[in-house]
Design a protein around this ligand. Structure first.
Ligand SMILES: Cc1cc2nc3c(=O)[nH]c(=O)nc-3n(C[C@H](O)[C@H](O)[C@H](O)COP(=O)(O)OP(=O)(O)OC[C@H]3O[C@@H](n4cnc5c(N)ncnc54)[C@H](O)[C@@H]3O)c2cc1C
Length: 569
């Protein structure tokens, strides 16, 4: 975006996605001169959403991508459900961004390298972790204790949720704390009937509307940033010209820009954090120009790494010095370890009897959520921790069963009639932190920018497999209790990475001997270095994690500015 001649800043933020946007906003609003470095291209809000509002007949292949192009350029990204001809420009080209994972343990690394990162393509489901989640490691002994509790992060969930705009319903569930919500999207009549049946059979299984980072009743602050209410087009992953869903481009970066304190430089690949052994501080970063490959340096009083879980860890591992031969701030030796994702791949579907005289009206930009109901008060014998489901009801259309088959008047008449109501939901389960699940640098292979390639080895453990079985059984029981017939469970376990909630590898903890970051996401070993993306997570819980990254980032930024003011950094 800018090729700024100035190379000295108060704060350097690496990465402009979900967490980088928040770091830039919070630091700039607190008066720091902030440099935001983004490895990908500039994307202008509203202007650079080339498929926004485009019907399939205006797309070269009606929204499909030629198979040769997919296999050549998107061999990994193609596995993401949101990848299509409408969105491919917001996914990396896998040929240009290689990494390795063992063939017996494939890791599916879904990425977007451009201004805004994956905040442009996310599904916007926004849930808080609860006290149960922050206590879990300590209670069952898997992983180390989180250095924070719900009360520490609750005000920051309020802070980021209110600014981002999360729509949802108040439910009073201990395992899924409520937030300060905008009005929820509505359940339709089929979902309401299912909810009623299910909750009278199982009062602890609640079918609620998804809590979603969409404006349904924008505040004056949101409108002042140019954001408007959601129009229910449900084509969000192409980018939204109304700024109705939360992204760095619609929300945090405009807020940071209006302070006059933000400088953004795109096409700037950070390869290392510079470490000054005399002061034991990070003094800045090295950047490789994405196009010319020219290397340059920026200096800052504090450095925030927000390059995504694996992106930030890759930078730290690559920042080696005499004091930190195995990666910056890696005195503990755990940098790169305890990689997690969510467990998924269980889909439960069924037929909803009745309601033949009703049909869906328009679209809805969110799904339903069935929050975790296991291991809250009593311990289930089958597995530790919990899982939730996301899904929704729909009517089968002309493609049902008859696709491609048939001829004549009867067939044509059938094509014009909607099919039965159906409901489908997919599970999202917690993955335990295992030391064996890790990333490291391949010393022999470097990418185009001279950065050693990441090697990833991550696999599910016994608890995750037991959870997958339980998800299927519990999902079936749940839909049957909601009155569905023909309930079936399809299990196709997602390889780690594919749930796109990769976490851990620079975890927070009390003890510098077994964690990288302290309770403020501050490196134990290097006080002016902060890592606030998913790398910091000490456990994965089962909720979609981005809201937590936002809250941790805003909290860390406030703490860092206070420490700077008190001359503690
Ligand atoms: C299709 C899809 C659906 C999703 N749905 C949900 C959901 O419903 N709820 C939820 O909570 N999460 C969801 N996620 C996950 C969510 O998008 C991520 O958790 C979130 O974006 C992570 O934020 P981040 O800041 O860590 O990383 P990102 O948003 O990926 O941003 C990282 C940024 O850093 C830049 N970067 C990387 N390396 C460097 C470097 N060396 N130098 C400079 N810049 C660098 C990248 O280009 C990128 O812009 C979804 C993701 C996808 C793709």
């Amino acid at each position: 975006m800018t090729s700024d001649a100035n190379t000295e800043f108060d704060a350097i933020v690496v990465g402009s996605g979900m967490s980088g946007g928040w770091a830039a906003k919070e630091l700039a609003e607190r008066g720091l001169k902030v440099l935001l470095l983004e490895r990908g291209r500039n994307v202008r809000h509203q202007v650079d959403y080339p498929t926004d509002g485009k019907p399939p007949w205006d797309m070269p292949y009606a929204g499909q991508i030629p198979e040769t192009e997919v296999e050549r350029d998107y061999a990994v990204q193609k596995h993401c459900y949101a990848f299509s001809d409408y969105t491919k420009h917001f996914f990396v080209n896998d040929r240009e961004h290689p990494y390795e994972s063992a063939s017996e343990n494939p890791f599916t690394w879904i990425r977007g390298y451009h201004l805004g990162g994956r905040s442009l393509t996310w599904h916007r489901q926004s849930y808080r972790l609860s006290e149960l989640d922050f206590n879990a490691n300590k209670l069952d002994g898997h992983g180390i204790d989180w250095p924070i509790r719900y009360k520490d992060i609750a005000p920051w969930y309020d802070h980021v949720g209110t600014f981002a705009g999360i729509s949802g319903s108040l439910e009073g569930l201990a395992q899924l704390p409520d937030g300060k919500f905008q009005p929820p999207f509505e359940l339709h009549c089929v979902e309401k009937a299912m909810k009623q049946k299910l909750e009278s059979a199982f009062p602890d299984r609640r079918l609620i509307i998804g809590r979603t980072a969409h404006l349904t009743k924008p505040t004056a602050e949101q409108m002042a940033l140019g954001r408007a209410p959601c129009m229910n087009r449900a084509e969000c992953q192409r980018g939204c010209r109304f700024g109705a869903y939360f992204s760095s481009l619609s929300a945090t970066l405009p807020a940071a820009n209006r302070t006059g304190n933000l400088t953004t430089v795109t096409d700037a690949v950070v390869d290392t954090v510079i470490y000054d052994a005399d002061t034991n501080r990070a003094s800045g970063v090295h950047v490789v120009d994405a196009h010319t490959l020219e290397r340059r340096k920026y200096r800052g009083r504090i450095v925030f790494l927000c390059a995504s879980t694996l992106g930030s860890t890759q930078i730290l591992l690559n920042s080696r010095s005499e004091q930190f031969p195995n990666g910056l701030a890696n005195g503990s030796g755990v940098l790169g370890r305890y990689l997690m994702d969510h467990v998924g791949g269980v889909r439960v579907t069924g037929t909803v009897p009745g309601f033949e005289d009703t049909y869906e009206k328009g679209r809805r930009a969110t799904d339903l959520y069935l929050p975790r109901f296991r291991n809250i008060e009593e311990q289930d014998e089958r597995f530790l921790r919990g899982f939730g489901f996301q899904g929704g009801a729909y009517r089968d259309d002309w493609r049902r069963g008859t696709y491609g088959a048939g001829i004549g008047a009867e067939f044509k008449t059938q094509l014009q009639k909607p099919g039965p109501w159906r409901f489908g939901m997919g599970g999202f389960g917690e993955m335990l932190p295992y030391a064996r699940n890790r990333v490291w640098l391949d010393e022999k292979q470097k990418d185009r920018w001279g950065i050693p390639m990441l090697q990833i080895d991550c696999k599910l453990g016994d608890n995750e497999f037991a959870m997958v079985d339980a998800m299927g059984a519990d999902g079936k029981e749940t839909l049957e209790a909601a009155g569905l017939t023909d309930v079936r469970v399809d299990t196709n376990i997602a390889p780690p990475g594919l749930m796109i909630h990769e976490m851990g590898t620079a975890r927070m903890g009390h003890d510098p001997a077994n964690s990288v970051l302290n309770k403020y996401n501050q490196a134990h070993d290097v006080p002016n270095l902060f890592v606030t993306d998913g790398a910091a997570m000490t456990s994965s819980a089962c909720q979609n994690p981005s809201l937590t990254y936002m809250a941790l980032t805003a909290r860390a930024a406030a703490a860092a500015v206070d420490m700077l003011k008190e001359d503690k950094l």
